[in-house]
Write a protein that binds this ligand. Structure first.
Ligand code: GLN
Length: 235
């Protein structure tokens, strides 16, 4: 049995996995194994229970409007547990559709309003005849790091007062094409429109996420020192 193990939940991984968002878990596993940590992944989908106690990391990937409508019907069953997980500093990454659905609501391209989990305060409006598509570069104002990704979304997301953007736009549209922000950070919960996937392309962010996860699960170990031995990779 491995001494240190991360249990990752891939929420609706069979429906919400645009551009291989699952690669975010692969990236965590790639770096974790270098310091002797095992990453196990479990798909938690329609009708499955989500028990926050079972997981150390949650990935909620992107999807088309159609899949998002199906997922949204199941979300109320998991909403209380997911909200509690995030409030308890649970490491979480929501990408595109998953980022939208963890918020208050999302308006589809055709104008239909879809209720989100409401775990976080952001909300997403639509743009009926247009999409934001292309490469994005942002700067994380907290640590000065740059992240690169690819966006493809019609939704325009606006953050709540208690959320900060993951980064300021250097290139691309980001959350809404208006306020210069991309993604969100609230406690240990991250949201982003970046596919690529974000943790594969941005090794610096993957190592940061790995540290958040391990510090929370095994606080007695000096993870910062161990993670400092890993060289982050960029694509
Ligand atoms: N359906 C959503 C939108 O277009 C999310 C797309 C995605 O996850 N790539 O805004």
């Amino acid at each position: 049995m491995a001494e240190y193990k991360i249990n990752a939940a891939h929420l609706y991984g069979d429906l919400m996995n645009t551009y291989g968002d699952f690669g975010n878990i692969v990236a965590l596993r790639y770096y974790a194994q270098k310091i002797g940590v095992v990453v196990e992944q479990h798909i938690v989908s329609l009708e499955d229970d989500f028990d926050a106690e079972d997981y150390d990391f949650v990935l909620f990937g992107g999807g088309q409007d159609y899949e998002q409508m199906i997922v949204a019907e199941d979300l109320p069953k998991k909403a209380v547990a997911l909200k509690a997980y995030i409030e308890d500093d649970g490491p979480f990454l929501g990408v595109c559709g998953g980022f939208q659905l963890i918020g208050q609501y999302f308006i589809l391209a055709d104008g239909t309003k879809v209720k989100g989990i409401g775990a976080l305060s952001h909300y997403t409006l639509n743009q009926p005849d247009s999409r934001f598509i292309g490469n994005v570069t942002i700067k994380d104002e907290v640590n000065g790091l740059e992240y690169h990704g690819f966006e493809n979304h019609q939704g325009r997301t606006f953050l709540g007062d208690n959320e900060r953007p993951l980064g300021e736009i250097i290139k691309g549209n980001g959350n809404n094409g208006e306020d210069g922000g991309e993604g969100l950070v609230y406690k240990n919960a991250y949201g982003t429109y970046f596919h690529g996937p974000i943790l594969t392309r941005n090794g610096n962010l993957a190592l940061h996420m790995l540290q958040l996860i391990l510090d929370r699960k095994y606080p007695q170990v000096d993870w910062q020192q161990k993670i400092a031995t890993i060289t982050p990779e960029f694509f």
